[in-house]
Design a protein around this ligand. Structure first.
Ligand SMILES: [Zn+2]
Length: 96
């Protein structure tokens, strides 16, 4: 997996109720050194929610799913794209 790829598992597909795993291409801004003048402890990061379109590999239908990606305070998320389906078998991952 590439460094900017993360794995996302949809536990229950709304189309076929099975679980599917996808890669996410997460583009983050370059880490910057943070100088916290106020000394706030709330600079470690947060989870951000995203909604993207996924394709069910069983039915071939699209569905929307909401998921969370952890964002570090020093490295903001710029874009999140849905990548390939992650398969447990030897099948070629299907490209979008
Ligand atoms: Zn499905």
């Amino acid at each position: 997996m590439a460094p900017n790829e993360e794995k996302l598992t949809i536990s229950k597909c709304p189309k076929c109720t099975q679980s599917h795993a996808y890669t996410l291409e997460v583009q983050r801004s370059v880490s910057v050194a943070y100088t916290t003048i106020l000394g706030s402890p709330e600079t470690r990061g947060q989870r951000r929610s995203f909604t993207r379109l996924f394709t069910c590999p069983i039915t071939g239908e699209d569905f929307q799913a909401r998921f969370w990606v952890f964002e570090e305070a020093s490295s903001k998320i710029k874009t999140v794209k849905v990548g390939n389906l992650v398969t447990e078998s030897n099948d070629e991952p299907r490209s979008t």
